[in-house]
Design a protein. Structure first.
Length: 186
């Protein structure tokens, strides 16, 4: 494609959390169809996988595993009002990232609702009925109710594009379910 259509010029920064197959597939699409300079895009990921792909586009690549204890310290300088966080990671709490985006005035997109490590898997302290994808979804809905009561208008969408989440937590009937939007954010 010689002259791809740029659909929007984005004045903020884009921050990817995670950079596995989904992130590596989405990055070229974002750079092709969103008007943003590569130096305004940053990737934070737990593994070095994808570093060469990011370097090919001139994208800043930070290899650091995000935890409950460090995610705010790592992400605070990379995220501000009007920026966009794209979470394509595993074992990084979606709810924690949503709250961070609220605090910073940033927008948020996620491929699924993910807990911190051990949050809902086998062997966790979570009861089996709470291990499904419905638990983080119900938490997101509670956050949405809070957000609506505080005049919050941004949205988060869960598309079930994360294959691990789809195979391990989503009921098979959800794989073709329509996209659902939940009002969240500042």
């Amino acid at each position: 494609m010689s002259n791809p259509k740029v659909h929007v010029d984005f004045p903020g920064r884009i921050l990817f959390i995670g950079f596995g197959s989904i992130g590596q597939g989405v990055l070229p699409l974002i750079l092709r169809h969103i008007g943003i300079a590569p130096e305004r895009v940053t990737i934070v990921t737990a593994e070095d996988k994808g570093n060469e792909e990011a370097a090919k586009y001139g994208i800043k690549f930070i290899t650091e595993r995000l935890t409950r204890e460090n995610y705010r310290r790592v992400l605070n300088p990379l995220l501000g009002r009007g920026d966009f966080l794209v979470n394509v990671s595993v074992e990084v709490s979606s709810i924690a990232l949503i709250k961070l985006c609220w605090d910073k005035g940033a927008m948020y997109l996620d491929t699924c609702l993910e807990p911190w490590p051990g949050g809902n898997g086998p062997g966790s302290a979570v009861v089996p009925t709470a291990r499904s994808s419905l638990t983080p979804a119900s938490t997101a809905l509670r956050l949405a109710k809070w957000a609506c009561s505080h005049g919050v208008s941004r949205r988060v969408k869960s598309h079930w594009s994360n294959p691990r989440a789809s195979m391990n937590t989503a009921p098979s009937s959800w794989s073709t379910a329509p996209v659902h939007a939940v009002p969240l954010g500042m």
